[in-house]
Design a binder for this molecule. Structure first.
Ligand SMILES: Cc1cc2nc3c(=O)[nH]c(=O)nc-3n(C[C@H](O)[C@H](O)[C@H](O)COP(=O)(O)OP(=O)(O)OC[C@H]3O[C@@H](n4cnc5c(N)ncnc54)[C@H](O)[C@@H]3O)c2cc1C
Length: 158
């Protein structure tokens, strides 16, 4: 909703292609997008193909109905943006660090980057289910580096 509303400032028409017949976004953001005359929602549809060529760039998309077998439609457009939610890349941990119900690594000490495993510190998007921005990731990266350095010093490890 946020991205579509933002893009509508620059484009003549913004299509939102959505797999279901309702949004899960916050009500206020969904209402803002739905009230925007430049935004058209293609409900119950998924992207089948991005159309275009190396010389022309994107010229359109082919969408496919998620409810009506075989129904497709081509939309003419000059750009395609994919905003499909967030899944933290924490599977590789195999449950070794405690995560929250969305799969993000839990910080176990308030305002510090400590995790459920002593000597392991987490930073960036894997430990942030709220902001997920470059600058917050860099900030927590710095915090984790300092926490790790201090942990090593406190444990007499050089
Ligand atoms: C489309 C998009 C637009 C965005 N726009 C903005 C913006 O305008 N402004 C802004 O501030 N933020 C923006 N962000 C968010 C920003 O990119 C992230 O918050 C930031 O990159 C998070 O940094 P990170 O180091 O935590 O994770 P990442 O940048 O995702 O880095 C994680 C790294 O770990 C590697 N990795 C993953 N698994 C393993 C493994 N098992 N072993 C080894 N390496 C592994 C990955 O390959 C990757 O290189 C955007 C994000 C997206 C997806």
């Amino acid at each position: 909703m946020e991205e579509a509303t933002y893009l509508a400032k620059f484009g003549s028409t913004v299509y939102i292609v959505h797999r279901r017949d309702e949004f899960r976004a916050s009500r206020i953001m969904a209402e803002r997008a739905l009230a925007n005359e430049k935004i058209e929602v293609k409900w119950n549809s998924g992207i089948d193909e991005v159309l275009g060529s190396n010389t022309e760039g994107v010229t359109g998309v082919k969408i496919r109905s998620t409810t009506e077998e075989g129904k497709t439609e081509e939309l003419e457009c000059a750009g395609y943006f994919c905003a499909i939610g967030h899944t933290p890349n924490t599977d590789f941990l195999n449950g070794q660090l405690e995560t929250n119900d969305k799969g993000y690594v839990k910080w176990t000490v308030g305002g510090r980057t400590n995790t459920s495993v002593e000597g392991v510190f987490a930073a960036g998007d894997v430990a942030d289910d709220n902001y997920r921005q470059a600058i917050t990731a860099a900030g927590t990266g710095c915090m984790a580096a300092l926490d790790a350095e201090r942990w090593l010093a406190a444990n007499g490890i050089e």
